[in-house]
Design a protein around this ligand. Sequence first.
Ligand code: DGP
Length: 115
Amino acid sequence: MATIFTKIIKKEIPSDIVYQDDQVTAFRDIRPATPVHILIVPNKEIPTVNDITPEDEPLIGHMFTVAKKVAEQEGVAESGYRLLLNCNRDANQEVFHLHMHLFGGRQLGPMIVRK
Ligand code: DGP
């Protein structure tokens, strides 16, 4: 079954797409945690980081090139931003279609809450 992100990529459901090419789509997160919160998603369905194969390496590299481009587009390249990928339960992964979060637009604080 197609993931919710595949439906966004195919424009079957609405979203605010900020970048798209034949490999990757970037769109605004529906529940933004920061002023700039974009999801960078491979068009191909890869459920988690654990499912990435060596053949995917050019695609994964391309996700970073797109992240850089989107950061420039959103005006946060110089001020700074954070890229993050969640994998499985302990990371609270919610959507099982690989996605890179791009957070920015304010001071983001420490990377993780220490316990
Ligand atoms: P994660 O926890 O890393 O799996 O993050 C999933 C993110 O996806 C979460 O921040 C909310 C976002 N999200 C879930 N459903 C939709 C949707 O239908 N549209 C958009 N734009 N974002 C979504």
